[in-house]
Design a protein around this ligand. Structure first.
Ligand code: DHB
Length: 390
């Protein structure tokens, strides 16, 4: 081989290598999954990561000819960190979809970036009603607090609960829960005796619970984010509030499946309303719970896990529908209107609002096979977010 031939051959070879790298990059579909993996909301991150990985293990990591790459980032539930990570994922990693978002402030901090870059933002956890209005690129697979709170406000007065004190975490979802519970309970003839708010970070429930004890309502309605329920339950029982005849009610975040089994028998009988229970009696859910536990050292999936699992399905199906070609707008269009059976029951992504429509269940904590579960005893079907009517 003379020198000229040699140069041409090496040039061609390096072109071929460069070409194949470009080809490989083109064939990767990147999901930037931003979650609180450490800090106060770490259980949310752990549950959603496990669910996303389970979905991929069950459905493969190649969709419509694209290799799915999950890039997980820990935002420690600090919204400025979420925003910086979203920016890096969009600009440096060129992700096709952003997903996760453990708390409302993290979802809201990212919304303008999703809009500017036309990147679909799949909200798998955060649950303040207004989130979907913060960007036309947001699609939600979790739930909204108005969805959950209205159902328990209908149940309570029919079951001897007329006078209620509300106690909520003082930020988006808590304020939604407080408002929608109050309006509906009052409409149903009940009374809000007092409305208490605790700080979102490092709350001390003791002084608030003391006040509730003195007020002696029929029930205490509580919203705290996932992971904080066990602390509320412990102090509620330690103060003997149940023995004083005060019932504990609320959206199901308080009897979170991630913690419920460790709350002890004091939790028995607590009635909540929510979109997911690990005890939901469907074949799809039984299979999901079994596989999730098997892959995660017997960890029980909670409502965060199901939001992550269904979010992955929404992304996979959008990629299939766009035949692997999906740019942001095409993917978004393919996410709207999806309808399928989730482990929680039937769900629907409303094309107009990009929010989830789903069943809300009334559940009571009971013991099954020696373990505490939220056992569903009633259902309100196909509930749209009541917050959207404002
Ligand atoms: C939010 C966070 C939670 O952990 C939860 O259970 C409900 C709502 C939120 O920040 O939106």
């Amino acid at each position: 081989m003379n020198k000229r031939h040699f140069l041409r051959a090496t040039a061609l070879a390096s072109l071929a290598i460069a070409g194949s790298t470009v080809f490989a990059q083109d064939n990767i579909f990147k999901i930037g999954l931003i979650l609180p993996m450490t800090g106060q909301q770490a259980t949310t991150g752990r549950q959603i990561e496990a669910a996303a990985k389970l979905y991929m293990a069950q459905n493969g990591d190649t969709v419509a000819g694209k290799k799915i790459q999950l890039i997980i980032k820990d935002d420690t539930s600090i919204p400025d960190v979420t925003k910086r990570m979203a920016q890096e994922l969009i600009v440096n990693d060129k992700v096709n979809v952003l997903a996760g978002f453990g708390i409302t402030p993290s979802a809201l901090a990212t919304a303008p970036l999703a809009t500017q870059s036309k990147t679909p933002q799949v909200v798998m956890a955060a649950a303040t009603s207004s989130i979907t209005e913060a960007s036309p690129y947001i699609v939600r697979t979790s739930f909204t607090l108005p969805q959950a709170a209205v159902a328990i406000a209908d149940w309570a007065p029919k079951n001897g609960i007329k006078k209620v004190v509300t106690l909520v975490s003082d930020y988006g979802p808590g304020l939604d829960a407080e408002k929608f519970f109050k309006d509906r309970l009052t409409f149903n003839g009940g009374t809000i005796v007092d409305s208490l708010r605790v700080p979102m970070r490092n709350p001390d429930f003791a002084p608030f619970l003391q006040k509730v004890r003195d007020l002696k309502p029929d029930a205490l309605f509580v919203f705290v984010p996932s992971g904080a329920g066990a602390a509320v339950m412990k102090q509620f029982l330690e103060r003997g509030m149940d023995k004083a005849g005060i019932k504990l009610i609320g959206p199901g975040d308080i009897t979170d499946d991630d913690q419920l089994n460790d709350m002890g028998d004091g939790a028995l009988g607590v009635v909540t309303s929510h979109h997911y229970s690990a005890a939901h009696p469907s074949a799809v859910n039984k299979k999901f719970v079994e596989a999730f536990k098997k892959a995660n050292n017997n960890l029980r999936p909670n409502f965060m896990a199901v939001g992550g699992y269904d979010g992955m399905r929404v992304i996979y199906e959008a990629l299939k529908a766009t035949k692997g070609q999906g740019g942001g707008d095409a993917l978004l269009a393919a996410m709207k209107g999806q309808i399928f059976e989730s482990p929680r029951g039937p769900i629907f992504i409303d094309a107009q609002t990009r929010d989830i429509v789903q069943n809300i269940y009334l559940r009571k904590v009971e013991k099954k096979d020696g373990q505490l579960y939220n056992v569903e005893f009633d259902v309100i079907k196909d509930v749209k977010d009541p917050g959207k009517a404002r």
